[in-house]
Design a binder for this molecule. Structure first.
Ligand code: SF4
Length: 331
């Protein structure tokens, strides 16, 4: 693998962006996309403290080359009961503050593993949040990530009963398996929002392009293209698969995809597919994880579907806010 300068990596990306008319720019340029994003993406770009992402455990039924975990690593213990309760309490406290300005409450589940292998824990969290919704003034947006292998009809019905709004399929994990496409088709008929979140991994190039018309036909709403992060856990595996890989440092180390994400976006624009596309790259991680956005940030009220900051999708029988934000929806 070859480490390239940040100037070279950024120059390539910015030049590629500049050559594609039709891209949209938000969050002071950190968010480059096509179409309205999932409501679950809102808090990555806004200084929203009402967001809880709960890792459920690192056990997984796949072994992706780019998985950032170390081979043979023992799954760490799932979060302690005390830790979970503290996190729940902090979110509840924030959501109940009478003086708070409107922010979407977003609850998601991931874990560096497969969340659907931890159904009891998932159920436990969901019961807690569904139970306190009457006190929250706004209904949270609930979503989870999965590699999709276990997301059959029965599982999807359980997720629907638990209250999930969105499911995000990591299609690359199964090498774009037909069975996972079938699960996605079921998901579109059961849940409000189906998203594909999979990395712009160069060895998947052909399968990524084959995927695009299928997503459009199935009615998938969003496509998030991640940028592979290089870690101690995956560096050897990636070097074996891509010995000529070029990597760069932008806080953490990332794989340069040689324009793959923008080749895909260009194709989506040309073919006029209906789903949104987000280049979920190092810049997104940078603004998502940075405290800087709490000091200054560009408003992102038009960025997401359903939950513009007016937040109608989150009001349960409440009076929607005027566009431009303000207080929480009042029941
Ligand atoms: S599905 Fe996710 S957690 Fe599982 S091996 Fe692949 S990248 Fe890792």
């Amino acid at each position: 693998m070859k480490l390239i300068s940040i100037q070279e990596a950024f120059r390539r990306r910015f030049e590629r962006q500049a050559n594609i008319p039709g891209l949209e720019y938000h969050a002071s340029g950190h968010c480059v996309h096509i179409g309205k994003l999932s409501p679950g993406c809102y808090s990555c770009f806004a200084p929203n403290t009402l967001r809880g992402n709960f890792p459920l455990g690192s056990r997984c039924n796949r072994s992706c080359d780019y998985c950032y975990q170390t081979d043979g690593e023992d799954p760490p213990a799932t979060q302690s009961r005390d830790g979970r309760l503290r996190k729940k309490a902090a979110l509840l406290q924030g959501a109940l503050r009478p003086d708070r300005h409107y922010d979407a409450v977003i609850i998601s589940f991931t874990g560096g593993g497969e969340p659907l292998l931890h159904l009891d824990l998932l159920q436990d969290y969901m019961q807690f949040y569904r139970g306190i919704e009457p006190q929250m003034n706004v209904r949270p947006w609930y979503y989870l990530y999965t590699n999709g292998i276990l997301a059959d009809r029965e599982m999807l019905m359980r997720l629907k009963e638990m209250g999930f709004d969105e499911i995000r399929f990591h299609l690359g994990a199964s090498e774009f398996a037909g069975s996972v496409y079938r699960n996605m088709e079921e998901a579109v008929s059961i849940l409000d929002t189906v998203t594909v979140e999979t990395p712009a991994w160069p060895p998947h190039r052909d399968k990524l392009f084959e995927m695009l018309p299928i997503l459009d036909e199935l009615g998938v709403k969003h496509l998030n293209l991640g940028q592979v992060e290089i870690t101690e856990g995956n560096r050897k595996r990636i070097a074996e698969v891509m010995p000529d890989a070029e990597i760069f440092q932008c806080y953490t180390i990332h794989l340069d995809d040689h324009g793959l994400a923008y080749d895909i976006m260009e194709d989506v624009l040309q073919k006029g597919y209906d789903f949104s596309v987000l280049d979920c790259n190092a810049f997104v991680k940078s603004i998502q994880r940075s405290p800087g956005k709490h000091l200054f940030h560009e408003g992102v009220k038009d960025l997401c579907s359903d939950v513009s900051v007016s937040g109608e999708a989150f009001c349960r029988g409440g009076i929607p806010l005027s566009a431009g934000g303000g207080d929480a929806c009042r029941p």
